[in-house]
Design a protein around this ligand. Structure first.
Ligand code: ADP
Ligand code: MG
Length: 683
């Protein structure tokens, strides 16, 4: 094996088995660089060592002592592997240590070993011993971590911060080989550490302020890379050619005349911005940023109409079949009566004959608007003259998928993306800086706001009663299970258990359906619910996004305090789509004042942008977009909370690229930006 360097796969550099490699990959950590850049997001404070006598159940602590017993066994009840050890302190006090399903721990521990352990203390229910479960532990001889602090790393099932810290320690000598994307002059001017120093101090700081400074530097570097990447992407797009789509007054007039409603001011502005782009001979690259229900589809349809008038086709890609079908219905209603054109659907489940017919219509050009799922980017689709590619809920698609969609035609099409969540401006610029933005910050008139209530645990019965009453009136309800981060499999299991409980104990007389990410026919379950075949749809948070069920009037969200406000708002948007009065019930698991107050904000406003902004302030921007799918680190997200920083970074990137358009003097920044263009959501 060659000497490991920043690009060496972690599995190779650390001699990992397949399971650990998979776990790290799940966290987005593939190379040595990835792991070194993944600084702890916090520290567990256990304080200075105390004696066993001083321990209090329920409180975290650090204890130093000697192992007097170590053993491994299977727990009789649930077949778990247990490692048990007894630690004795100087004063003779004894503490039991228990590790679950971590057999490797037993292999490393030996009687007589001097150990420092840290964790939460509890008292065993069986024999009233004091215990620590899954404590952090290290030989006393090992170098100490910050003042008794233990690093906290983002984890996935099967990993511990302790293991992550050990891996980091192994790789830390390679920090010197990391390239620094931040040019020295920029570093000097901003007083930033070099990359090696930031990585070393970030993982093993001697004070918290050192750790913070390291994170700031990493965040700055990342934003700089991103902004440089956006500038490069924009420049490349500007060098491409697309067929201009001329503006025609009579087309928009016919479009509006057929709608059956007045476009809002915000929609008209967005349409106008789109039309201006379409007239250019370079590809449009625009994001429509608007709240659930703000009417983004009509904007996309208006663009499709203009493309049709220019003799060009439009392809619309949605993340699920049910969403694609809903788009089909809307695009047909918005376009077919007004224009002599056909809107067709391409999804993977179509009968062969129908599929062939649609493919042919697309290839010949008799189908002007093609709506679909991933099926659109499958190999056999060719479009006669694709002029406009639209992607809905664009965060669910990777760069490659979007690129494949655009390649369905010999000409470069114009590109329009739509978000599912309103994103605050700073964040939009930081994450999607290569796109131009249209904001729809206004809702169509005549909506009755969803009545939102925060439900404390003792009011649960009343919440169930409301669900019953609505169903008795012929309406339907969603029940969303608490947000679970571990994995989709765990979430699916939890949702199934909750479904069973609700069906047996709470609503035995109602028709319940279950949908979660692991289900194969989830589209069908949702379609059946939309058609009224069940009363209550129990769902995990991720799956139901975007479904339009006008008859559903109750959205009951369990464990609402585990969600971000923007997420809750998103879920709430699933009801209140019909003529009936609708309710959103937020069940709080944690009835603390702070958590109730946060939820109360949701009850008091329907403004998605405001809620997103508030989320960003309260929980950090990373949370806003859902569990780290966006490919940007917490450090960068934190840096965004300083409003002036982003414009500073943008200026810096612009300056560097103006002085030196190919970044020949700063190849490391160039490479880092290129890596971003390949790996993140940048198109
Ligand atoms: P989203 O932005 O969430 O994609 P949609 O485009 O699905 O929103 O629109 C939500 C609903 O509002 C649709 O039923 C649509 O027909 C309707 N709608 C859109 N614009 C208006 C408007 N200006 N006035 C009234 N209803 C509208
Ligand atoms: Mg939509």
């Amino acid at each position: 094996m060659a000497d490991p360097g920043p690009d060496t796969p972690l599995g190779e550099a650390l001699h990992l088995g397949a399971a650990d490699r998979r776990r790290l990959a799940r966290l987005g950590l593939h190379t040595v660089r990835d792991l070194l850049f993944d600084l702890p997001f916090g520290w567990e404070e256990y304080g200075a060592p105390v004696t066993v006598r001083e321990l209090r159940p329920g409180e975290p602590a650090t204890v130093v002592g000697t192992l007097v017993a170590v053993g491994a066994r299977r727990s009789p009840r649930r077949g778990m592997q247990l490692t048990e050890a007894v630690l004795q302190d100087e004063a003779g006090g004894r503490l039991r240590l228990v590790w679950f399903n971590q057999p490797f721990v037993a292999q490393r521990l030996e009687r007589g070993q001097r150990l420092r352990v840290a964790g939460a203390v509890s008292r065993s229910r069986y024999d009233s011993w004091l215990e620590m479960r899954n404590p952090h532990h290290e030989p006393v001889a090992a170098p100490r971590r910050v003042g008794g602090l233990m690093p906290k790393y983002h984890l996935t099932a099967g990993l511990t911060s302790r293991r992550m810290a050990r891996w980091v320690e192994q790789l830390l000598p390679l920090a010197d080989r990391l390239e620094d994307p931040v040019p020295p002059q920029t570093r000097e001017r901003k007083g930033l550490w070099g990359v090696a120093e930031a990585v070393r101090r970030g993982h093993q700081p001697s004070s918290l302020s050192e750790w913070r400074r390291a994170r700031e530097r990493m965040g700055y570097a990342e934003l700089l890379e991103l902004q440089a990447a956006f500038l490069l992407a924009r420049r490349r797009i500007a060098a491409e050619r697309a067929t201009p789509i001329p503006y025609r007054q009579e087309v928009i007039e016919a479009f509006k005349a057929n709608l059956g409603f007045q476009l809002t001011h915000a929609q008209r502005r967005a349409i106008w911005e789109v039309y201006k782009d379409l007239q250019q001979p370079i590809p449009m690259n625009r994001l429509i940023n608007g709240d659930v229900g703000s009417g983004k589809t009509a904007v996309a349809a208006a663009a499709a109409a203009m493309a049709w008038a220019a003799g060009l086709q439009t392809a619309v890609m949605a993340p699920t079949e049910i969403l694609a079908r809903q788009h089909l219905a809307k695009f047909r209603a918005y376009l077919e009566p007004a224009f002599d054109l056909r809107v067709e659907l391409l999804v993977s489940g179509l009968p062969t004959a129908e599929r062939r017919r649609v493919l042919e219509a697309a290839a010949q050009g008799s189908c002007s608007v093609l709506i679909g799922t991933h099926a659109l980017i499958e190999a056999d689709l060719r479009l006669h003259a694709l002029g406009l590619a639209v992607v809905d809920e664009q965060h669910r698609f990777g760069t490659r998928q979007r690129e494949l969609l655009r390649q369905k035609s010999p000409e470069r099409p114009h590109f329009l993306a739509m978000t599912a969540t309103p994103i605050p401006r700073t964040l939009a610029l930081a994450l999607y800086g290569e796109l131009a933005h249209s904001v729809i910050d206004q809702m169509p008139p005549g909506r009755t706001p969803v009545e939102t209530r925060v439900v404390a645990p003792e009011q649960l019965e009343a919440a169930y009663r409301l669900v019953r009453e609505e169903i008795a009136r012929g309406r339907q309800a969603f029940v969303i299970c608490p947000f679970i981060e571990e994995s989709e499999a765990v979430a699916a299991r939890a949702a199934t258990a909750e479904f069973e409980r609700l069906r047996r104990e709470v609503f035995p007389d109602l028709r319940l359906a279950l949908v979660h990410g692991r289900l194969r026919d989830k589209d069908q379950v949702m379609a059946e619910f939309a058609a009224g075949a069940s009363d209550v749809l129990v769902a995990t948070p991720v799956v139901e996004v975007g479904v339009d069920v006008p008859n559903a009037t109750v959205m009951l969200i369990e464990g609402a305090d585990r969600f971000g406000l923007a997420q809750l708002h998103q879920l709430r948007g699933r009801v209140g789509r019909g003529a009936h009065r609708s309710y959103c019930l937020l069940l709080a698991e944690d009835p603390s004042e702070r958590s109730l107050e946060r939820l109360q904000l949701l009850a008091s406003t329907a403004d998605g942008f405001r809620l997103a902004q508030e989320d960003m302030r309260l929980r950090g921007a990373g949370e806003l977009l859902g569990s780290r799918q966006h490919g940007v680190s917490d450090e960068a997200m934190e840096a965004l909370l300083k409003p002036e920083l982003l414009s500073e970074v943008r200026q810096e990137a612009e300056r560097l690229l103006t002085e030196d358009p190919e970044l020949q003097r700063w190849p490391q920044l160039w490479q880092a930006a290129e890596r971003r263009l390949e790996r993140t959501s940048v198109s």
